[in-house]
Design a protein around this ligand. Structure first.
Ligand SMILES: Nc1ncnc2c1ncn2[C@@H]1O[C@H](COP(=O)(O)OP(=O)(O)OP(=O)(O)O)[C@@H](O)[C@H]1O
Length: 499
C-alpha cells in the first residue's frame, strides 16, 4: 500500500461517523462480547451456577439450589430481621432504580419540563442517583443540573406525581445541588401511632418524639435547650404528646421530672410515683409556686456552684450523671398560672411570682441542665408572656383555630410556610407542626401512649425518683428567694404537694 493510499484510508475512516467507527473497533476486538456478558451478568452467573450444581450433584444439586436460598433467607430473617430487611430493601431499591424509575427517568424529566436543551437538538436531564425505600413510599435522590434548584421540582410536583402514578410527590432539598423526591403512597400521619411500650431514652441529644411525613422518627437534641412552648386547642393532643415523650425520658436515671398541671385534673397523675415533684393544683397557686421554686432553687445552686464543684459552668459539657440529673419541668395549661384575668389580688401576686420564676428558668435554665416545657390551650400574650415565649427555642403547634394563634406559637415563619397548624383536621389528634433543625416547618404525628401504659412505666421506674433537694438546691433556694424579696417555702413542704 502506498503512502497516498494509506492517507486516503485514514481520511475515509476519520470521515465516518464516530458511532460507526466505535462499532467497527468493538466488533474487531471482541469488546462487544465482554460488554454483552457484563450486561447480562446476573443471567450468566445464574446459568453457570445451575450448570455447576447439575454437573457436580445432578438433580440433587438443582433441588438444593431451589430450596436453599428461601430457607437461608427465612433463617436470616428470623435471626436478624434488621439486617435482612436492610438487604432486601437494598435489592428492591436497586431494582426500582434500574427498572421502575431509571428506564423512564429521561422521558419523565422531559415531560415535566425539568430538562435543559443543548445545541444540536439534544437535551440534558438531572441525574437519578439512588432510590431508597421509606415507610411512606420510594425516595428518589436526584443530582440537579447546573442552574436548577429544588424549587424547580417543587413547582412541578403535581406533574411528577401524575407521571410516576402516585398521589403526591414531596420535594425536599438534600444539600447543595441535590434534591429528594418522596413518592408518597400513603399518608403516614393519617393513622395514630399507638405505643404499647416506650423504649428508654439513653441519649438526650437524640430523643425520639414524633413521626415525620416520611414515616421516619424525628429526634430532638435537648442539650443546651432551655425551654419549649407547645400550644393547641383542647383535645388536640398536647398532653398525650408530652406523655409519650416523658415515658421515654423517665426511664433514664439521669433525668428527673417535675410536673405542675394547671388543669387540676388527673391527666398527669400517672407520673406521680416517678416525679421528683408533682402538683395538680389549679387554684392553690402557693402550692404551684413551691414546686416551681424548687426547680428555680436547683437552677441557682447549679449556676453558682457547678464550675467549682464539677469543673464546667455549662451542665451540657459534663457527662450525664444520675447524681446530677437533667431536670424537665412541665407546666401543663400554663395559662392557669400566668393569665391573671379574673384573679383576686392575692392570687395575682402569686401568679406574678410564678410567671417571674418561669421567666428566669426559661432564660437561664439551659446551662443548669433544666428544661422548662410550657403547654397551653391559649397561646396568646396574656397566657404566655412574650418574655417567656420568645426565649423558648423549641415550639410545637398542635391544631389551632387561627393564623394568629399559629404565629403566637411558631413565630412569623408560619405565615409563609406551606404547612400550618390551622389546617390540621380535628380528627387528626396528635398531629402537630414543628420546626426542623434547618428552620423549616413540617407536620409530625406524636405517638400515643395510654395512661395505663404510662403508669406502668412510671411505677416500674419509681426507684429512679429523687427529691430535687437531694441535689443541693435547698441552701441557695432560700438565698435566691431572698434575693428578689419573694418568700419561698421550704422544700419539705413542696414535697407535700405531691399527689
Ligand atoms: N397522638 C395521638 N394519637 C391518637 N390519639 C390521640 C393522640 N393524642 C391525643 N389523642 C386523643 O385525643 C385525646 C385528647 O388528647 P389530650 O388530652 O392530649 O389533648 P389536650 O390537647 O392536652 O387537651 P386539653 O387541652 O383539653 O388538656 C386523647 O385522650 C386521645 O384520645
Amino acid at each position: 500500500m502506498t503512502v497516498t493510499n494509506l492517507l486516503t484510508l485514514v481520511k475515509t475512516v476519520l470521515a465516518l461517523p464516530r458511532k460507526r467507527v466505535n462499532g467497527a473497533v468493538s466488533l474487531l476486538t471482541g469488546w462487544w462480547l465482554i460488554r454483552l456478558l457484563w450486561r447480562l451478568r446476573i443471567l450468566v452467573t445464574a446459568t453457570l451456577v445451575v450448570l455447576f450444581a447439575y454437573s457436580t450433584l445432578g438433580w440433587v444439586g438443582l433441588v438444593l439450589l431451589a430450596v436453599l436460598p428461601p430457607v437461608l433467607s427465612f433463617a436470616w430473617r428470623v435471626l436478624h430481621p434488621q439486617s435482612h430487611t436492610w438487604f432486601v430493601n437494598r435489592l428492591l431499591a436497586r431494582h426500582r432504580l434500574r427498572h421502575t424509575y431509571g428506564s423512564r427517568w429521561d422521558a419523565v424529566m422531559v415531560a415535566c419540563n425539568l430538562h435543559v436543551p443543548v445545541p444540536g437538538g439534544d437535551h440534558l436531564t438531572p441525574t437519578l442517583r439512588k432510590v431508597t425505600l421509606a415507610p411512606v413510599g420510594d425516595v428518589l435522590h436526584v443530582r440537579l443540573l447546573d442552574g436548577q434548584a429544588p424549587a424547580d421540582f417543587a413547582r412541578q410536583a403535581d406533574e411528577l406525581a401524575h407521571a410516576f402514578g402516585v398521589p403526591e410527590v414531596r420535594v425536599t432539598s438534600a444539600g447543595p445541588g441535590r434534591v429528594e423526591l418522596v413518592l408518597v403512597l400513603l399518608d403516614v400521619l393519617a393513622e395514630p401511632v399507638i405505643l404499647t411500650d416506650v423504649p428508654p431514652v439513653t441519649d438526650l441529644r437524640r430523643v425520639r418524639f414524633a413521626i415525620g411525613e416520611d414515616g421516619l422518627w424525628r429526634t430532638r437534641n435537648y442539650a443546651n435547650i432551655a425551654a419549649e412552648v407547645g400550644g393547641g386547642v383542647p383535645g388536640s393532643g398536647k398532653t398525650a404528646g408530652e406523655t409519650s415523650l416523658a415515658c421515654g425520658l423517665i426511664q433514664n436515671p439521669a433525668v428527673q421530672y417535675v410536673v405542675a398541671d394547671g388543669k387540676g385534673g388527673e391527666d398527669w397523675s400517672w407520673i406521680a410515683p416517678r416525679a421528683a415533684a408533682y402538683c395538680a393544683e389549679d387554684e392553690d397557686l402557693e402550692a404551684v409556686l413551691r414546686v416551681v421554686e424548687q426547680v428555680h432553687g436547683l437552677m441557682r445552686h447549679r449556676l453558682k456552684t457547678q464550675k467549682a464543684t464539677r469543673g464546667e459552668a455549662n451542665f451540657w459539657n459534663l457527662p450525664l450523671d444520675p447524681n446530677h440529673p437533667a431536670v424537665f419541668l412541665v407546666v401543663d395549661e400554663v395559662q392557669t398560672f400566668t393569665d391573671t384575668k379574673g384573679m383576686d389580688n392575692d392570687t395575682k401576686q402569686l401568679a406574678y411570682q410564678i410567671t417571674a420564676r418561669l421567666s428566669v428558668l426559661v432564660k437561664k435554665g439551659r446551662s443548669a441542665g433544666i428544661i422548662t416545657r410550657l403547654l397551653t390551650q391559649k397561646p396568646t400574650a396574656d397566657a404566655l408572656p412574650t418574655a417567656i415565649r420568645d426565649n423558648a427555642s423549641v415550639r410545637t403547634a398542635w391544631r389551632v383555630m387561627s393564623k394568629d394563634a399559629a404565629e403566637a406559637i411558631l413565630g412569623p415563619v408560619v405565615r409563609e410556610a406551606e404547612v400550618s397548624p390551622v389546617d390540621i383536621p380535628e380528627a387528626m389528634r396528635g398531629v402537630a407542626v414543628v420546626a426542623t433543625d434547618a428552620g423549616r416547618l413540617e407536620r409530625v404525628r406524636f405517638p400515643f401512649v395510654d395512661e395505663h401504659t404510662a403508669e406502668t412505666i412510671a411505677t416500674r421506674t419509681a426507684d429512679l425518683r429523687r427529691e430535687l433537694t437531694a441535689f443541693g438546691a435547698s441552701a441557695l433556694d432560700d438565698q435566691g428567694a431572698n434575693d428578689d424579696g419573694t418568700a419561698s417555702e421550704s422544700e419539705g413542704e413542696a414535697a407535700g404537694v405531691r399527689a
